[in-house]
Design a protein around this ligand. Structure first.
Ligand SMILES: Nc1ncnc2c1ncn2[C@@H]1O[C@H](COP(=O)(O)OP(=O)(O)OP(=O)(O)O)[C@@H](O)[C@H]1O
Length: 273
């Protein structure tokens, strides 16, 4: 399935996957004596749904945190749109069009759904504090545009009826959807999802799967996700990276990964939560 880096190709189910947009080259990340990621390389293509799977402690979240700029690896390079990315702070990475959700929901419980979603527009706000204080020109136009985008995402994710509700009062599945909305209003080109279905019941998982596919389809957003539910991963993803003890032990289409003996031994064949 792998093609030349700059080429697009069509998958068996008729989806078009674009050129490589991000490359992780020989990434090593250590926390003191713990090697969370050992010399891992893989790429992410424009418009694909790319999963990172592996048992607990394999290094998946660490890898997502390298992509989002939360951790800068001791070794290796992140190549983004053809250029080596220098060490960056997460907000700088966010400005490059990379948004994320978190394993443990990170929303403001006391604030309404709408206000939480609006915080995702911070990267789009350019008006000065002075402009904002007096509601002048630029600030006014920005506010209108930010509201328009927030309402569009609210409609898209079908959460109109809870837009005024404080997030703290929502059931878990809906909170996860609000978190997705907050990431989406940033209009990311790459969306990082850290266990988007964790703690959800079957129905909530089905809803979330559908929304992830719709986001990818409707906005062309490239999606990188970590997920423990193998059924979900295999159904959703175009390609899967498999990690174990910080190493990469598999990389390919869901079918290729399913047939990989090392993956079967390390992950698929053992019980996990
Ligand atoms: N901030 C940190 N400080 C020290 N060690 C860390 C830190 N973050 C992760 N680690 C260690 O790095 C290794 C990989 O952890 P990581 O959370 O990336 O794995 P994971 O595959 O996401 O696990 P899980 O599925 O349980 O979330 C583990 O041994 C973990 O204890």
């Amino acid at each position: 399935m792998l093609d030349a880096k700059s080429k697009s190709f069509t998958t068996a189910d008729g989806r078009t996957i674009g050129p490589v947009v991000m490359e992780m080259r020989n990434i090593t990340l250590r926390f003191g004596g713990v090697v969370a990621i050992k010399d891992i390389s893989f790429d992410i293509r424009e418009g694909e749904i790319r999963a990172i799977i592996g048992p607990n402690g394999a290094g998946k979240s660490s890898m997502l945190n390298v992509i989002s700029g939360f951790y800068n690896p001791q070794e290796g390079e992140v190549i983004y749109r053809g250029a080596k990315r220098p060490p960056m702070r997460p907000y700088q990475v966010a400005r490059q069009g990379i948004a994320r959700t978190f394993q443990n929901i990170a929303l403001f419980d006391g604030m309404s759904v709408l206000d939480n979603i609006m915080t995702g527009r911070l990267n789009h706000m350019k008006a000065s504090i002075f402009d904002q204080a007096f509601w002048w020109g630029r600030a006014q136009r920005e506010e209108v545009e930010n509201r328009r985008k927030a309402e569009e995402v609210i409609d898209f994710l079908q959460i109109q009826n809870i837009r005024k509700t404080p997030v703290g009062r929502l059931p878990y599945g809906l909170k996860k959807r609000v978190e997705l909305a907050r990431a989406l209003v940033a209009e990311p080109s790459i969306l990082l999802l850290d266990e988007p279905m964790a703690g959800m019941n079957v129905e909530e998982k089905e809803d979330m799967s559908r929304f992830i596919l719709d986001v990818n389809d409707e906005f062309g957003t490239t999606i990188v996700l970590i997920e423990h539910d193998m059924g979900v991963v295999m159904d959703l993803s175009d390609r899967v990276v498999v990690m174990d003890y910080g190493r990469k032990i598999g990389d390919g289409t869901p079918d290729e990964v399913r047939r990989n003996q090392e993956v079967i031994d390390a992950y698929l064949g053992v019980a996990h939560d």
